[in-house]
Design a protein around this ligand. Structure first.
Ligand SMILES: [Zn+2]
Length: 502
């Protein structure tokens, strides 16, 4: 295979070089080596889900569970459904809490819509130039310049010579010697191995990211097979996902179960056809788009899925601290936070929000940059909370205005309450009215995390989250946490001819 050249006209600055050891016999990448590439790979963990889905839409339309349906639903919401105009932007293009670091990547795959930072005279920061500071009243007219002149060395220190296997495990040179790497990777005959050099541009890096959601051999696919689009089919079959017993998260606490929704379930198929929910549940779903990939991967350990990004996550977690620039940088990857201002008040998912500090005319989220003589509070820049841009409602908690009711399908298509959508779902699933029953369920921390993982790895998020627990609820709650209302659609007054065939 000849050396791969970057596409013509591509900005040559935005290209990195990889050395790969390739097994010609099996036509597979054994591993690659490149310090610049390591940083790019690690930066995947910091990217918010909404941005990844957006990049997939623009380049490699891979299906990541239900996330695409979710973001498309958000984009179709009427502007009046949101608390403010900014809320829609926050969901369709959420900010990365490691953005200040990622601006120094040698290869920037997410640079088309860069995040900008504005401040008033002194107290608040905003991602938007519009609006005025709630404290001093000045507009956000000062753009804070971000230093992106020192390219490279973003997360890793020095030149660590880490190697990356085809399934994105990152192995230190010491580790490689200890584990007989070659035999572990299935190399038996060195006559067939060959060292190749590849150039990786933005498109190749995007392809790699997207392949790593659906393949265990993404490097082979993008470097050797040159497959432009991963197979889209039913790559994340919902069958066989066993999330329940392996989930991280707290056990059920009755007091916190404050989100309630109605599931419409097919008795014979044992699936959730759709749900009817208030804005609190849809806010929770929307918040999935703001979560960094690393946070989601941390919650889905040992869940079997098609991709290999979990290997990347585990490798970084196990990586000796000496290879990373600091503990702060490790935390950005394995314990990523929401970008400042993106916190969703309902703490069901338990993710923290980063803070901005303005130190020596520079913006940072690294607390260790604060000099000893200053307190964190004195240099902290509060974020003008975009969720309350317009209604100035201090109690504004979510992205959507309430009260509102929504229809949510099993694969997370969300619409303001829509009987047409509900009917079409039943019709598509071939579920007659006589086969459905309604269940009221509550969502606490455990269910929220289950739902997050189910919506990431499969396309039956509601079924995978709730169906098993419905069985146990039926046994345990004879009084009827579970309510049955067979085919009772009369309250919706569905009498129009278009439904008569049902
Ligand atoms: Zn101000």
């Amino acid at each position: 295979m000849a050396e791969k050249k970057p596409v013509l006209n591509e900005d040559l600055k935005n290209v990195i070089t990889l050395k790969a050891l390739v097994d010609r016999g099996s036509n597979k990448v054994i591993f690659v080596e490149s310090d610049d590439f390591i940083d790019v790979l690690f930066s995947f963990l910091t990217m918010p889900m909404g941005r990844i889905v957006r990049l997939a839409e623009d380049s490699v339309p891979v299906k990541i569970g239900c996330m695409r349906n979710l973001i498309q639903s958000v984009e179709k919401f009427d502007v009046h459904n949101f608390r403010s105009n900014a809320c829609r932007d926050m969901l369709s293009l959420p900010c990365n809490s490691a953005d200040l670091e990622c601006k120094n990547l040698k290869l920037k795959i997410d640079n088309d819509r860069p995040t900008r930072y504005f401040r008033c005279v002194r107290c608040f920061l905003s991602y938007y130039k519009s609006g005025s500071c709630p404290s001093c009243g000045y507009s956000f007219c000062f753009e804070i310049p971000v230093d992106n002149t020192q390219l490279g060395g973003v997360f890793v220190k020095g030149r660590p010579r880490l190697i990356i296997t085809d399934d994105l495990q990152v192995i230190s040179p010491v580790g490689a010697a200890n584990i007989c790497l070659f035999s572990k990777l299935g190399v038996t005959d060195f006559k067939t191995t060959e060292e190749l050099t590849f150039n990786m541009g933005v498109q190749e890096a995007l392809n790699l990211l997207m392949h790593s959601f659906v393949s265990k051999t993404p490097l082979t696919e993008i470097l050797l097979k040159n497959e432009p689009i991963p197979s889209l089919g039913d790559v994340h079959s919902s069958q066989g996902i066993s999330i329940d017993s392996q989930m991280h998260g707290d056990t059920i606490n009755e007091e916190e179960k404050n989100i309630c929704l109605k599931l419409v379930v097919s008795k014979s198929k044992k699936i959730v056809c759709y749900a009817e929910a208030q804005e609190d549940f849809v806010n929770l779903l929307c918040s999935f788009l703001t979560l960094p990939l690393g946070f989601i991967l941390e919650k889905m350990r040992n869940v079997s899925w098609k991709g290999c990004l979990d290997q990347l996550y585990k490798s970084v977690e196990d990586l000796d601290q000496q290879y990373l620039k600091s503990n702060f940088h490790k935390e950005l990857l394995v314990n990523p936070k929401l970008a400042p201002g993106f916190r969703y008040e309902n703490p069901l998912l338990g993710i923290k929000e980063a803070s901005f500090y303005y130190v020596k005319s520079k913006l940072t989220t690294d607390k260790s940059c604060i000099p000893d003589y200053a307190s964190a509070e004195s240099v902290k820049l509060n974020v003008f909370y975009p969720k309350s841009h317009e209604d100035r409602d201090k109690s504004a908690q979510g992205f959507l205005k309430g009260p509102a009711t929504f229809t949510v399908t099993d694969n997370l298509v969300v619409r303001p309450l829509s009987l047409i959508l509900e009917m079409s779902v039943l019709q598509e699933l071939k579920v007659p009215f006589t086969d459905i029953e309604n269940h009221i369920v509550h969502v606490g921390k455990r269910e929220a995390l289950l739902l997050l993982v189910a919506s990431f790895v499969g396309d039956s998020a509601l079924t995978n989250t709730f169906i098993e627990s419905l069985g146990s609820q039926s046994k345990n709650n004879k009084e009827g946490l579970v309510t049955q209302r067979r085919a009772c659609f009369c309250c919706y007054c569905i009498k129009t001819p278009q439904y008569s065939y049902l």
